[in-house]
Design a protein around this ligand. Structure first.
Ligand SMILES: CC(C)(COP(=O)(O)OP(=O)(O)OC[C@H]1O[C@@H](n2cnc3c(N)ncnc32)[C@H](O)[C@@H]1OP(=O)(O)O)[C@@H](O)C(=O)NCCC(=O)NCCS
Length: 89
């Protein structure tokens, strides 16, 4: 989970955390970081795109099945799908 409290967003906290994880993973020989978000999460999609994460897969209906029904997400967008992304290190 990556979640920055609203009053601290936009200050570079998440960017610093992901950069530190990438540096540690690279030092340990990892070749990629894998993350997942949901179809409604426009802030996360924007955030992960900045350091170079690319979409590698979309599991259509995965979150819908997990929740057992439609739930409203960011900006009221129905949460339905899992979006998988990766960053090559
Ligand atoms: C997504 C989230 C983690 C970003 O945290 P943050 O600390 O505000 O992000 P930062 O200030 O470190 O921003 C880093 C970069 O991402 C960009 N960014 C941040 N939020 C963005 C958004 N909503 N849309 C587009 N770009 C965004 C910033 O412009 C910044 O770009 P830069 O490196 O070129 O300056 C935060 O908005 C959050 O906690 N959201 C709710 C929970 C969530 O969606 N978590 C992810 C679940 S997968």
């Amino acid at each position: 989970m990556l979640d920055v409290l609203p009053q601290w967003q936009g200050l570079g906290a998440a960017r610093a955390l992901v950069a530190a994880v990438a540096e540690t993973a690279r030092a340990e020989g990892a070749e990629r970081l894998i993350v997942a978000t949901t179809n409604d999460d426009l802030p996360a999609l924007g955030f992960y795109r900045r350091p170079g994460f690319t979409i590698t897969g979309v599991l259509v209906g995965r979150v819908l099945e997990h929740h057992g029904g439609v739930e409203p997400g960011f900006a009221g967008i129905p949460v339905r799908d899992e979006i998988q992304m990766e960053l090559r290190l």
